[in-house]
Design a protein around this ligand. Structure first.
Ligand SMILES: [Zn+2]
Length: 460
């Protein structure tokens, strides 16, 4: 960290936006985040060798797993040969906890060294625990600081955060904001009243929220007086679900609120904030260098893929420094597109957009479809739609016969508009090449708070 340039905080909202774009070359750990690819691999390789010694001594789970996979002496496997090791699934991690609660056969450290425990949100079954040592907590804060600093949150900002403090890993963001040195204004998820008061009174210039909630705010404030663009808010950082990188959603929030939108992403089992989008707005930078080793694999065959511009695959993660519950080649379930491997901001870490959870992806007549692509089409019909939509899946089959049922949220007035449904169906067919059946659902029936939107709903 070096000294930071002065910033103009005296001008209009537009003036502040301009001065913020000057921030984009600020980098939390410049030596790490701008290292050459060769230097990144060299640093990761050293950490990997130490980590494999740690696993050999602290994880009966991996000792057994490697033995069953026919790996001779795992401590002799170099990082360059990591693809010779088996993948780890979420299901296996759960079983490792079940067979030896509370932290399981992959605890990694004696129980007394665990100093913080988060639980997953349990969207795919019973919650699982995520134990952290003091060093693990610090690592999460370091990676998170790179992530949020990359999005443009710096020590002079005042950040209204709607990410809950616990038991979920997103609450770790509060440690990150403290480390960066920004002012934090915590609000409970979906507490619209406090968010609006905070924004209108100028408590914060930055909002952290899900894209669904930011979109909900933009819909609510659009056309209101005073003009929401006159608010002090200049920056919205979205996370928790895809959406902040979809032009139809991002552009609407930016236009209504007069704020820049960038996004973050992480994964509880690895690090809650692992990717941050810089103000260039060209995808999220990988921010875990030195602590997490990322791989890309084919979502269907799981064959390794090069991390190069345009590649679409599933992210796989390996902890390089994690003490408690470390993972090796963890299949994340996140399907991403690599947007680039360099950036004008100076970071040399790859950039990506998340397209979907693997479970949300489906196939129509041989073509892979991501629900986020449907959102991008639906968003163009604003203000007759709110921007939220979800795909209805009747069974667990990956292949779906057209027309694909899609529910689209509309303001109450748009409910009985058959022309609107037909127009969206036509647009989906033109842009995504498959037929869908649109059902328009009024806002009050679509879902509770609009804080988070499941892109897929399963029903008979
Ligand atoms: Zn960048």
């Amino acid at each position: 960290m070096t000294s930071k340039p002065d910033i103009d905080t005296t001008g209009s909202s537009a003036g502040r936006l301009k001065s913020d774009t000057c921030d984009q070359d600020w980098i939390w750990e410049r030596d790490v985040e701008t290292a050459s690819p060769a230097d990144q691999v060299a640093a990761a390789s050293i950490a990997w060798d130490t980590q494999m010694q740690h696993l050999a001594g602290g994880s009966p789970f991996y000792a057994r797993k490697f033995r069953q996979a026919g790996v001779g002496d795992p401590t002799r496997v170099r990082l360059a040969d990591i693809t010779s090791l088996p993948f780890t699934t979420k299901d296996e991690l759960k079983k490792s906890v079940d067979e030896q609660p509370p932290f399981g056969s992959n605890a990694g450290v004696p129980e007394e060294r665990v100093k913080r425990v988060y639980q997953t949100s349990g969207t795919t079954g019973t919650p699982t625990v995520i134990p952290l040592t003091r060093i693990d907590m610090d690592t999460w804060t370091t990676i998170g600081s790179r992530t949020y600093y990359a999005t443009g949150i710096h020590d002079h900002h005042s950040v209204l955060t709607t990410f809950g403090a616990g038991p979920f890993v997103a609450g770790h963001t509060h440690f990150v904001l403290t480390r960066i040195g920004s002012r934090a204004v915590p609000v409970a998820p979906g507490d619209t009243g406090r968010v609006l008061t905070g924004l209108k009174t100028g408590l914060a210039d930055t909002l952290l929220s899900t894209p669904s909630f930011a979109q909900y705010l933009a819909n609510k404030l659009e056309g209101s007086t005073p003009d929401p663009r006159s608010l002090r808010l200049m920056h919205v950082v979205t996370g928790g679900e895809p959406g902040g990188g979809i032009p139809a959603i991002r552009d609407h929030i930016e236009r209504v609120l007069g704020a820049t939108v960038t996004e973050v992403m992480g994964i509880g089992d690895v690090a809650p904030s692992l990717f941050g989008e810089c103000p260039q707005q060209n995808g999220m930078h990988f921010c875990g260098s030195g602590h997490v080793w990322p791989e890309l694999v084919d979502p269907e065959t799981q064959a390794p893929m090069a991390i190069e511009t345009g590649a679409v695959g599933e992210l796989v993660y390996t902890h390089l420094t994690r003490e408690a519950m470390p993972v090796v080649r963890f299949l994340s379930g996140d399907i991403v597109r690599i947007e680039g491997t360099s950036c004008e901001c100076g970071r040399t870490t790859f950039r990506m957009r998340c397209l979907a959870r693997r479970d949300d992806m489906f196939i129509v007549r041989g073509v892979n479809v991501y629900p986020s692509a449907i959102l991008a089409v639906v968003g163009d019909f604003r203000p007759r739609v709110t921007g939220r939509a979800r795909v209805v899946r009747r069974d667990s089959a990956v292949s779906v016969q057209p027309p694909v049922p899609v529910e689209v949220e509309v303001p109450e007035a748009g409910q009985a508009d058959p022309q609107l449904a037909a127009a969206i169906e036509e647009a989906v067919h033109t842009r995504l090449t498959f037929r869908c059946k649109i059902e328009l659902i009024p806002e009050e029936s679509f879902g509770a708070s609009g804080y988070k939107t499941n892109l897929t709903v399963r029903r008979q």
